[in-house]
Design a protein. Sequence first.
Length: 199
Amino acid sequence: MVTLDDPRFGATCLDLWDAATAGKAPDFLVGIRTGGYVVAERMMREARPAATTLLPITRRRNTTAAKNASPLVGKVLRALPYVVTDKIRVVEHRILTAKREKASPGATPKEWSPDPAEGAALTEAIRARPGASVLIVDDAVDTGATLLAVKRFVEAISPSASVRSAVLVTTTAEPIARADVSLHTNVLLRFPWSNDFVA
């Protein structure tokens, strides 16, 4: 378990930018909402690329809505010491990973369509620049379903685009899709927006 407070989060986002771009800024940075968009915004803030356009795309896991449904959950988690919430997170991760594997080992993502406004903006921007370089950013890859779905969507917009992906962490050993760059592997990260993060 690694906790990223705001300064460490900023430094980690800059490290991800450096590792993913190798000094050549992409034309488009596509941040997967919500966590991936926050990472992409921070990458832009830390790296200050002059000609990169940041665009959002939304594809959330079902468990995200459940976690955010009750403000009481966050209050309880923030009242507990990290030694306890670390153990809760590890157990939760193991349970969810086991359920996903049992339900559909190696399954491809279900059909998905982005938010119409986000999809239209992304399509218009990328089609206006044939051969554009696109970097898809997310905070974490668990099953890989989100990354795979978004990557397929972007590649379908413009087959001539150069599409790469970058994440802060890959939490499972065998996701169905891996990012081209992942700073951490087989760990869990606590982000500044996590329900159990204590400032």
